[in-house]
Unconditional design. Sequence first.
Length: 94
Amino acid sequence: MGTLYLLLCGAGFVGMLLFLRKTATRWYHWILAISLYIWICLGISFVYINSTGYHHQAARVGAMFFGITAIAWAFITARTLGFVGKKKNMQEQI
């Protein structure tokens, strides 16, 4: 299972880099997106390691902690990249 997880993380990282190449225009866009990706991978591995080691309370609390912070961080990243909260121009409204 660990090998499959590493392959999926690598494929996701390559896909994210290809997406950011077209979307990110500033250096902090790259930093926000890459750090969010690393946070999500750390959270998944933390929950996976604790659930296979029968530390169910730690897995449950870790899933809630990493999930809530990842959702907030994803909203901030999407807002910074311009996917959320974009205002329409007058030409687009007509």
